[in-house]
Design a protein around this ligand. Structure first.
Ligand code: ADP
Ligand code: GN1
Ligand code: MG
Length: 375
């Protein structure tokens, strides 16, 4: 539960009407999210308010600068394409009454407001291959639409966010310090991440060596960061834009694979349920490549199957590090939550490993004979 209340804050945004009420909203791990309701001449409208996590995003003004540029650019492209509902297809920032895209609270916190995208929902797992396909297409489109964002370069809101060399360095420091005395409870998980360090660096090395290009990407494309249209289950709007910054397309496709092709939630503790599903994998990539195939390089497509287990590996390492460090980063709802998440991600990597050849074959077929199978 959120202990903070948005009531004193929301009135400082340029929202017309009479405030009715507000409540906690969503299930993100990072920011504090609320919805509010307003009576606008008899019609009830909702808004989304977020208190930005300043422990994670140390320069919220830079985050908001990126978000304004990205959302404006995508909205312009959707408008010019004549897409209906363009204001539901990218987040719309509601300014404060003083014109700024944020409001500061008495404790120095940073708040922002978005139009509420009505008649949409998020999910932690897809219900059908078709839904997976829509999700993949939405991230392919997102990357495509941002590929012509004018200069300057976006800010690195979290420098080295997916840099495994740096993530490992931090892990070894935390392991050595063992400030919570938890190392003894995580022996198997620690061994796994130690034994797999080399392959964990595969994407970051490909970037460092210039084998894959830098592109603007989202960097946090887990499926509940995509709003799904209630009406037809199409993927409507990519949200949670705090980490949109330069990276590789493979970070996004990797996080989609991690979250869309698993048969269980990220914190499922019954590990026999955690399985990599190749049918969802094929559908997801079929959708993604329908938008992305003509801008990806051959080296990028070759690494797609690897990207799924690489991002899952990053998450296993990050959850484990946070557990050992005393749960400073991710919101938890039970004491060993981060260790459970780590175990789950390791189980998913093992399942991905056991079907890796099939995954590679699927990517090969889709990239030679793109998006033909699912119609
Ligand atoms: P976090 O960074 O904590 O994950 P998100 O930006 O992902 O926060 O938002 C948390 C949740 O709030 C989302 O999963 C989604 O359910 C909901 N949400 C966020 N923005 C909107 C919006 N503009 N309209 C409707 N729902 C939203
Ligand atoms: C966080 O913000 P949210 O809950 O959508 C995290 C991602 C992780 C994800 C794991 C800024 O995403 O990197 O993949 O949790 N976001 C940040 O569920 O660290
Ligand atoms: Mg989120």
């Amino acid at each position: 539960m959120n202990k903070i209340s948005p009531e004193k804050i929301v009135g400082q945004f340029a929202i017309y009407g009479e405030y009715i009420d507000s409540s906690s909203f969503g299930s993100g791990h990072i920011n504090d999210t609320f919805q509010s309701r307003w009576n606008q001449a008899g019609a009830i409208l909702r808004y989304v308010h977020q208190k930005i996590n300043q422990h994670v995003f140390v320069q919220p003004d830079k985050v908001m600068e990126n978000i304004l540029r990205v959302t404006t650019h995508i909205a312009e492209q959707n408008r010019s394409l004549g897409l209906p509902d363009w204001s539901r297809r990218s987040l719309v920032v509601v300014p404060a009454k003083d014109g700024k895209p944020w409001v500061r609270d008495a404790e120095g916190g940073w708040w922002r407001t978005y139009l509420f995208v009505e008649n949409s929902h998020t999910k932690n797992m897809p219900s059908s291959p078709q839904e997976a396909r829509f999700l993949g297409a939405s991230i392919g489109l997102f990357q495509k639409q941002l590929s012509n964002l004018p200069q300057p370069r976006l800010h690195d809101t979290i420098p080295n966010f997916h840099n495994m060399e740096i993530r490992y360095r931090r892990f070894y420091e935390v392991l050595k310090e063992d400030i919570c005395g938890r190392v003894k409870d995580a022996g198997g998980e620690i061994d796994f991440v130690r034994n797999n360090e080399e392959r964990g660096a595969v994407l970051i090395r490909a970037m460092q060596e210039g084998r894959i290009p830098e592109r603007i990407c989202h960097n946090d494309t887990k499926m509940n960061n995509i709003l799904i249209d209630d009406k037809d289950s199409t993927a409507l709007c990519v949200i949670d834009l705090d980490t949109v910054m330069p990276g590789t397309s493979l970070f996004d496709v990797g996080d989609l694979i991690r979250t869309v092709t698993t048969s269980a939630a990220e914190d499922e503790t019954e590990l026999s349920r955690v399985e990599f599903d190749t049918v969802f994998f094929e559908a997801l990539l079929d959708g993604y490549l329908s938008e992305a195939l003509n801008f990806l390089t051959p080296e990028e497509t070759t690494l797609i199957a690897e990207a799924g287990r690489n991002i899952t590996h990053i998450m296993a390492l990050r959850f484990l590090t946070d557990y050992l460090e005393g749960d400073k980063y991710y919101r938890i709802s039970r004491p060993a939550h981060n260790l459970e998440r780590c175990r789950n991600q390791i189980a998913l990597i093992k399942s991905m490993d056991s079907k890796f050849e099939t995954a590679v074959e699927i990517v090969k077929q889709l990239t030679n004979e793109p998006f033909s199978k699912l119609g």
